[in-house]
Design a protein around this ligand. Structure first.
Ligand code: B16
Ligand code: MG
Length: 220
């Protein structure tokens, strides 16, 4: 294992709840639909515009809005989301992640962020974690979002490591598919029933360690 490719939302910090709460307000106020709680999983790891398209589709309003309206909705959601994440601090790093980053660094493993979020640099800064990462992929430069492998391939390439020698950490189905398609080793956080194609699943970030990742990597 030469590199670890981190998803951000749901792996390093729990911003998924802020994304969903901002989408819920936008959906209610602008699209006239109430998003059910289980819709949250459908939006994890999915880009801002693709998330909005899924919500519009769910509302049965595909084709109703102009390109300008869609852009305005996306901007409004992001403005609301930025307000929600403004209060993030080091205390919002998910349990075990800081220790994992320290361990990986001590073992000379290279670290990348492969997040679909354009807000990743702000979030890492607020969490005080920016310096741990050798590289961050700019999602604007990625043609196909998760579940396509592109962002994980770019992360490995930016580290100068073959994806086969990397472990990818994710909390979403789209992310799992993307890591597997990139031929990296996939370690998922959540319910094993949700991620049948993962190389390994842990219940929470607390279970992550250098030893665990190296063991899963060796077993593949
Ligand atoms: P933004 P990840 C993803 O981050 C989120 O899971 C997803 O819900 C969000 O829509 C996407 O980032 C884009 O985020 O609106 O901040 O650019 O899980 O890939 O770290
Ligand atoms: Mg995620």
């Amino acid at each position: 294992m030469e590199g670890v490719l981190f998803d951000l939302d749901g792996v390093i910090t729990d911003t998924a709840k802020f994304h969903f709460s901002a989408w819920r307000v936008l959906a209610r106020e602008k699209i006239g639909v109430e998003l059910p709680a289980d819709f949250e999983a459908d939006l994890k790891g999915v880009s801002r515009l693709e998330s909005l398209q899924r919500i519009i589709h769910f509302a049965g309003k595909t084709g109703v809005y102009s390109e300008a309206q869609i852009q305005a909705f996306a901007t409004e959601k992001n403005t609301n989301y930025l307000k929600l994440i403004n209060s993030l601090t080091k205390a919002d790093i998910l349990p075990g992640i800081k220790a994992l980053l320290d361990e990986l660094q001590q073992h000379g493993v290279k670290l990348a962020v492969a997040s679909a979020s354009n807000n990743a640099p702000i979030i890492l800064d607020k969490l005080g974690l920016t310096a741990y990462f050798d590289t961050l992929v700019d999602p604007q430069q990625i043609k196909n979002g998760k579940p396509a492998p592109d962002i994980f391939l770019a992360a490995a390439q930016q580290l100068g490591i073959a994806p086969e020698h990397c472990v990818g950490l994710e909390d979403s189905i789209a992310g799992m598919t993307a890591i597997n398609a990139a031929h990296a080793v996939s370690v998922l956080i959540g319910d094993p029933a949700e991620f049948p194609e993962a190389d390994w699943v842990v219940p929470t970030t607390e279970s992550l360690s250098y030893d665990l990742l190296q063991t899963v990597y060796d077993a593949r």
